[in-house]
Write a protein that binds this ligand. Structure first.
Ligand code: GMT
Length: 378
């Protein structure tokens, strides 16, 4: 197959999933064309089946805001024509689904069929997409997608609640390459060289947006540290970072909190963690939590959105109400002080993560792709 993938290049779950999907398809011999305004951050290895097409910017003084959607549409049309795409798969609805719809219409006027799939990732529905400034466009371009997939059952439900979607939504969960991760994990070294024997490491990864509630991460850690010798490793960067740095200093935690900045491949560093914290306000899936579990790290999270499809309460970790810092801290302390339970949860986390192995998920995308390509030939 000859597949076009549109995604955001920036640090974030949707771009990561889109890129890992494209890489897995390319490894199976499919030709994958990434279309974005920058090289996706996970597209860091050469594969002759992967081609990157950059959306061109046209600078003009009249444009205070660049008309990205038009530029993206033109690039999709260009790639579809000259690379004879069989299918387009767009990740994150805004503005990718409407650009895909427009490109499809332009190609139809040239008697070329290009079916498109929209994969919903979360904030494109739960936060941004439902805003009146986007809602009619999102609803229209979803209803006209040849297929819609959602990364969790919860996100599907939310989408149906928010938008009047007549189209079917297929749930295809996010995935990890379990075997590859086990390989990295085996060779990983502890990220804290002077870690003492009983010291525990708590971790959080995100793009430091408000929705992640990183204040809660820090406050949970402050309570845990009173009872357990521990360090907090904060991986990532984003708008909340300066505020979080100030909070860490105000709580006098600076000697025990490590800000790593962005890390493209976080598996090695995750392997040093004893506990992963994800107290998000909303989270359609929680890919970072799945990555932690894939290296055997239990997760303390909220019960917001689709996290509960990944993190199983009292088995792979604990799930609590949004903002319930005290409970999250208490459960963290209980788990970290009970070695037997911690070992059991680590094991459970590995078993649960394996269910989301690429080997189980990729065939679902391939079946959908084949169905759409066959339909477009009718
Ligand atoms: O919030 C992020 O981490 C980024 C965002 C994105 O779209 O780039 O993530 C969303 O998609 C991820 C991949 O499907 C999911 O794992 C995240 O749960 C989801 N984030 C939210 O729903 C807040």
């Amino acid at each position: 197959m000859n597949i076009g993938i549109v995604c955001y290049p920036t640090f974030g779950g949707s771009g990561a999933v889109a890129t890992e999907l494209g890489k897995a398809l390319a490894e199976q011999g499919h030709r994958v064309h990434f279309i974005s305004y920058n090289l996706p951050f996970k597209l860091n290895h050469f594969n002759e089946n992967i081609i990157y097409h950059e959306v061109e910017w046209y600078e003009y003084p009249l444009f205070e805001y660049q008309p990205y959607e038009s530029a993206l549409t033109s690039k999709i049309v260009d790639v579809a024509l000259y690379e004879t795409l069989d299918l387009l798969h767009v990740h994150y609805a805004i503005p990718h689904a409407s650009a895909a719809y427009m490109a499809k219409q332009i190609l139809l006027s040239k008697k070329i069929k290009l079916p498109y799939i929209t994969t919903l990732h979360g904030t494109d529905i739960t936060l941004v997409g439902k805003d009146p400034s986007f809602e009619p466009v999102i609803r229209f371009s979803l209803n006209n997608s040849d297929a819609i997939t959602s990364v969790s059952k919860t996100l599907k439900k939310e989408t149906l609640n928010i938008f009047k979607i007549d189209n079917n939504i297929e749930v295809i969960h996010n995935f990890i390459d379990f075997e590859k991760i086990q390989q990295i994990r085996k060779e990983a070294r502890c990220c804290i060289s002077n870690k003492s024997k009983n010291e525990k490491i708590l971790m959080h990864i995100s793009n430091f947006r408000r929705v992640k509630r990183i204040d809660d991460v820090v406050k949970i850690f402050a309570l845990v540290r009173k009872k357990i010798k521990s360090k907090l490793v904060l991986i990532g960067d984003g708008p909340e970072k300066p505020h979080i740095e100030r909070l860490v200093r105000a709580l006098k935690l600076q000697n025990d909190v490590i800000f790593t900045g962005r890390i493209v491949e976080p598996i090695e560093i995750l392997s040093s963690a004893d506990l992963f914290l994800l107290p998000s306000e909303t989270e359609s899936f929680g890919l970072a939590a799945l990555e932690a579990m894939a290296v055997g790290v239990p997760v303390i999270s909220t019960n917001a959105g689709g996290i509960t499809e990944v993190n199983i309460h009292d088995k792979t970790g604990y799930v609590c109400n949004v903002g319930d810092i005290k409970n999250m801290a208490k459960l963290s302390i209980d788990l970290l002080s009970d070695e037997k339970k911690l070992m059991q949860f680590k094991q459970n986390a590995l078993i649960q993560a394996k269910k989301f192995d690429v080997k189980n998920i990729l065939p679902k995308y391939l079946t959908l792709y084949k169905k759409l390509i066959d339909n477009s030939k009718l």
